[in-house]
Design a protein around this ligand. Structure first.
Ligand code: SF4
Ligand code: SF4
Length: 347
């Protein structure tokens, strides 16, 4: 990250300092105007990394926004892309055929969607859907299904060569050490230098203990070491839930508390359920290397992003909306950027 702005540390420095902040745009989110606005707003606010779908159009939109921020502000966060080594809820989309919906349906699916991917008429806007799954059980007729949205192993190397991100994140799960290794091999085949290889994993849905999770991470660590890749451990408290309320913040911090004494070397970063409350659940003199905000970060600026889209302009072309959105973004991330340094062992 280039640094010109006061108080904004280089990405590696921020990891070492315990003040790293990442924006998660969503591993399945392909809403290009929305992504460009999110990237521009949060890069301006000072995040150290932006995590987007491994998709050519998405990366192009994100990069254009980051170029703009760099030209104006002289700062540029890392661009990270997310992959998965197997089935993962972050890599799915919901779908239904609107022709099958009764005309008098009160549309509970529409009401629950945090991405506003379901309009008052019609089906799901697949570009906007990021796979949170909340609509799946709302339909009284059971019309909504999930569809996988992941990248084939053989497509990873060519895609990486084309996208050339600063960092990659692999979403993994217990029992998938071989699939993880195969994914890393494809990354290595691309010969794209990576600043960090992030590994995202949690307990939810896997029926394992924190000790078993740590064991899984140690296996991944061994693979990364063999390939000279620097790790970044993303502990996924409760998937895609930060916008739901205070309780999810506790789940994210509890996972970190349980795993940190037994985790492999490398920075540990919170995710999955993180929100403005998260920082209040951490000890003063200790803490993780940083945090990733997803749903809560998107929700914070959603009114302005949607209004800009409705007017078919970029948020950057609407000064009042832009300023209001940057203010909201700063409100969310500044407690982390300015928190007491908690020295981390990074490798
Ligand atoms: S509720 Fe979640 S899964 Fe359903 S359409 Fe909206 S973003 Fe997609
Ligand atoms: S709840 Fe079911 S029937 Fe109603 S609009 Fe949604 S998908 Fe259609």
């Amino acid at each position: 990250m280039l640094v010109n702005q006061k108080n904004i540390l280089d990405s590696e420095e921020a990891l070492a300092n315990g003040t790293w902040v990442k924006l998660i745009c969503g591993a399945s989110n392909q809403d290009l105007p929305g992504i460009a606005d999110l990237c521009a707003v949060y890069a301006t606010a000072g995040v150290h990394c932006i995590d987007v779908a491994a998709d050519t159009a998405v990366v192009f939109a994100a990069r254009q926004a980051l170029d703009w921020v760099q030209a104006i502000k002289g700062i540029r966060p890392w661009l990270m892309i997310s992959l998965s080594d197997g089935k993962d809820e972050h890599f799915r989309k919901a779908w239904f055929d609107p022709k099958q919906c009764p005309t008098n349906c009160p549309r509970p699916c529409q009401k629950i969607c945090p991405a506003k991917a379901i309009e008052a008429i019609g089906g799901i806007n697949s570009k906007r859907c990021y796979g949170c799954g909340r609509c799946l059980t709302t339909c009284p007729l059971g019309l909504i299904t999930e569809q996988e949205h992941s990248i084939q192993l053989t497509d990873i190397a060519p895609l990486l060569k084309e996208l050339r991100p600063d960092a990659v994140e692999i979403h993994t799960a217990p029992g998938r050490a071989n699939a993880f290794q195969a994914t890393v091999m494809e990354l290595m085949a691309a010969k794209v230098p990576l600043k960090r290889l992030a590994v995202s994993c949690g307990l939810e849905g896997h029926g394992i203990s924190p000790k078993e999770l740590a064991k899984e991470l140690w296996v991944r660590y061994s693979c990364l070491r063999k390939n000279n890749l620097k790790p970044l451990w993303q502990l996924d408290g409760r998937r895609m839930s930060g916008d739901l309320g205070i309780g999810t913040a506790k789940i994210a911090t509890a996972l970190w508390e349980q795993v940190r004494p037994i985790a492999p070397p490398g920075p540990l970063q919170l995710a999955g359920g993180t929100n403005a409350q998260t920082i209040k659940h951490l000890p003063d003199h200790n803490g993780p290397a940083g945090i990733a905000f997803g749903g809560i970060a998107r929700k914070a600026i959603q009114p302005w992003v949607l209004e800009a889209q409705a007017n078919q302009i970029s948020l950057r072309e609407w000064p009042e909306g832009w300023q209001a959105a940057v203010k909201e973004a700063k409100q969310l991330i500044e407690p982390w950027l300015s928190k007491t340094s908690t020295k981390q062992k990074t490798c």
